[in-house]
Ligand binder design. Structure first.
Ligand SMILES: [Zn+2]
Length: 432
């Protein structure tokens, strides 16, 4: 038996090697491209690289791992924080940015961008045409949280050979599991690709992201994907963009990014209006509508429209070194444009502070009261609603019931006393 098992293992290894080197034929006979390991890290390798960066730069980078589980399935998120000051008080006054990569397993290029961005932030890699003094001045005023691989379980499936997998480890699309317009199905709904889960936030990964965003209260959110070249703002679930100043600010920034970093090739506008289909229960709509993030975006950083629909690695990821590097350079530079624009907003706040000496203007006030509103209406209250509202209702009901009983006892006692008094007045000698 042993030699036969050895032969089998050898045959599997040879087949894997052939797929690795040459790609494979699918059912329709078209060629499928395998993951290019010369360009792409495995997820383990990628996380090891990121841990190395954090260890080498503890004064600016830190990392925590958060976990959640339900019904026998668990999800884990590594969260890397970049901040040039460790004081909490400083952190609340900074411009806060939350960036998520790898929400869909097959979009490997996005997680490579996370690594590149962290390398630049730590100073181990450099951006072309960037003055380091002004860059450091910008970074002083920011706090950036990066989730390098939001969907680690789905990514593992892709690495095991399921190259078209975008969902999490139990088949749910993490970008359909959020509560804004959750579960609505369009005519072209694909139950395989877009499975929204059994309920909003049924998935541990989405629960963790929601908790993180509510606690961090970012000013900018970017959900980084691939499959096309696009810069999206809300809404995904309807064919419109937000009205007013916030909508204008978002569009202005995206138009600027398109010119500076996307060679004017990117589609710009609402996700729902531009792609040609509406998406329900997405992260970006939740960030904008519920967490009240004033600038909430989805970036699509690369796509090969000529690839066959079965050739997922090629459709979602650059396969040659030149394109791979071009995508990483362009999009890491795009993030630094966003960082600078955040700091320009902070500087404007500071100039308002000096001109209005008796009134302190916070970032939240500056953003048209939008974030103040989220704090009172959604931030802390949302957590209370989620975890304590049932208990509060029960205690309130018990309190009301006991109050009514006490009132009843009190009133009946008074009426008895009055009757006795009246009787004793009417029959003064009867008692003695
Ligand atoms: Zn995607």
């Amino acid at each position: 038996m042993a030699p036969r098992r050895g032969m089998l293992a050898l045959a599997v290894a040879c087949a894997q090697w052939l797929v690795f080197v040459c790609g494979e034929e699918n059912d329709s006979g078209s060629s499928v491209t395998a993951i290019n390991r010369d360009l792409y890290h495995s997820s383990d390798d990628l996380m090891e690289q990121i841990e190395g960066l954090v260890q080498r730069h503890p004064s600016v980078l830190s990392m925590e791992t958060i976990e959640a589980a339900n019904k026998g399935y668990s999800g884990e998120l590594a969260v890397v924080t970049y901040s040039r000051s460790s004081k909490d008080s400083d952190q609340r006054s900074k411009f806060r940015i939350l960036l998520s990569f790898g929400q869909h397993g097959r979009e490997l290029i996005t997680t490579e961008l996370a690594l590149r961005l962290l390398s630049v932030l730590s100073g181990e890699q450099f951006l072309a045409n960037v003055d380091h003094v002004s860059l450091n001045r910008t970074l002083d005023k920011l706090i950036i949280k990066v989730i390098p691989v939001e969907n680690m379980n789905g990514r593992k499936l892709v690495e095991a050979g399921d190259l078209c997998e975008r969902r999490n480890g139990r088949g749910v699309d993490l970008n359909r599991n959020w509560s804004v317009d959750w579960g609505k199905k369009e005519k072209d709904y694909d139950p395989y690709e877009e499975n929204p889960g059994t309920a909003p936030f049924s998935e541990p990964e989405a629960q963790l992201m929601r908790k993180l965003s509510i606690a961090f209260e970012p000013h900018v959110w970017v959900n980084v994907h691939s499959g096309m070249e696009a810069l999206f703002m809300p809404y995904d679930h309807k064919n419109t963009t937000p009205d007013g100043l916030l909508g204008q600010r978002m569009r202005y920034l995206l138009e600027k990014l398109n010119v500076l970093h996307c060679h004017k090739r990117c589609m710009v506008g609402s996700g729902g209006g531009s792609v040609g289909y509406l998406a329900h229960g997405t992260a970006t709509d939740y960030m904008y509508e519920v967490v009240k993030v004033p600038m909430a975006f989805t970036f699509e950083i690369y796509g090969d429209g000529s690839a066959s629909s079965k050739d997922c690695f090629r459709m979602f990821n650059p396969t040659d070194v030149r394109t791979f590097n071009r995508v990483l350079n362009d999009w890491s530079a795009a993030f630094f444009t966003i960082f600078r624009s955040g700091v320009e907003q902070l500087d404007q706040i500071n100039s308002n502070r000096s001109s209005i000496s008796d009134k302190w203007v916070s970032i939240d006030d500056y953003l048209s009261g939008y974030l103040m509103e989220r704090r009172s209406r959604y931030g802390k209250k949302l957590e209370v609603l989620d975890f304590g509202m049932q208990e509060i209702r029960t205690y309130f009901r018990l309190f009301l019931l006991s109050s009514v009983l006490l009132m009843f006892m009190f009133c009946s006692r008074i009426s008895k006393t009055v009757v006795v008094d009246r009787l004793s007045l009417r029959f003064p000698n009867t008692s003695t």
